[in-house]
Ligand binder design. Sequence first.
Ligand code: C2E
Ligand code: CA
Ligand code: CA
Ligand code: CA
Length: 279
Amino acid sequence: AKAKGRNATQFFSAEMNARAYEDLLMSKALRDALERDQFILHYQPCVSLVDNRMTGVEALVRWHHPEQGVIPPSTFIPLAERNGLIGQLGHWVFREACEQTARWRMAGLPPVRVAINVSARQFNRRGLIQEIAKLIADNGLTPRDLHMEITESMMMENPERAQEVLRSVAEMGMDIAVDDFGTGHSSLSYLKDFPIHYLKIDRSFVMGLPEDQGALAIVKAILAMAHNLNLKVIAEGVETAAQRDILAELGCDEAQGYFFSRPRRASELTRLLEANQAL
Ligand code: C2E
Ligand code: CA
Ligand code: CA
Ligand code: CA
């Protein structure tokens, strides 16, 4: 039994070493990627459910790896959080989004807001607010041009700290959206204590609409509560006309999803904004 235990330990540590080694390789690749500008932002339209017109876009980062092709953020954001590169990456995302927003403004295109995702460790870094304020000023923008998306779990991890940071963001004039709402098992009563403006209903609830009675009940409850708290609601992951229709009927304010548009590169978004048509 003792020998067996040792083998198991060796096996696990070998596996762990392999994973640590892979992490190390990827970390190095990520660091190189930051230096070589291998990241790109795609933008997904968000539309009003009243007239299907674009109200904003969400910036979504991709990594164009020279050998592995396009790597999705679900792979490298968690890695960047573990190895501490999230600060640099997050800064790149904010700067790139600000520069693109400024280009759209200069071109006289409809002033849609640009939503930026902020991850947990990035959110807890000191100096985040000053960093954001500087990027906004450097690009001739105002905080109203941008939205910050944070997740429920980020607010719940350290509620006092989160309140403090979010208050500064809101005082600056930037609207705040709570992302993936409904998945973070937060106590709903907390919401009223945070200076937030939008809830984004997670795709997992939208997916079941309109047939799934459970999903329908949850979406209705979120809408009722949010509207009572004077928050606007954005449904994410809308893929069908039936989903769009039921959400509009229930009074959901805005929506995002493949039904309207996939995330697209900036140049394609420019053409969409120029056309300024309902999606
Ligand atoms: P998220 O913030 O919930 O973003 C929505 C994700 O759903 C995006 O995946 C988007 O491409 C995808 N999506 C949009 N509409 C549909 C739809 O109709 N159907 C389906 N199946 N999917 C849809 P993506 O771009 O792979 O991003 C994944 C996650 O990575 C994001 O989830 C966000 O948490 C994170 N992320 C992306 N960009 C950034 C960033 O710049 N900074 C940080 N911190 N996180 C980011
Ligand atoms: Ca988001
Ligand atoms: Ca989301
Ligand atoms: Ca989501």
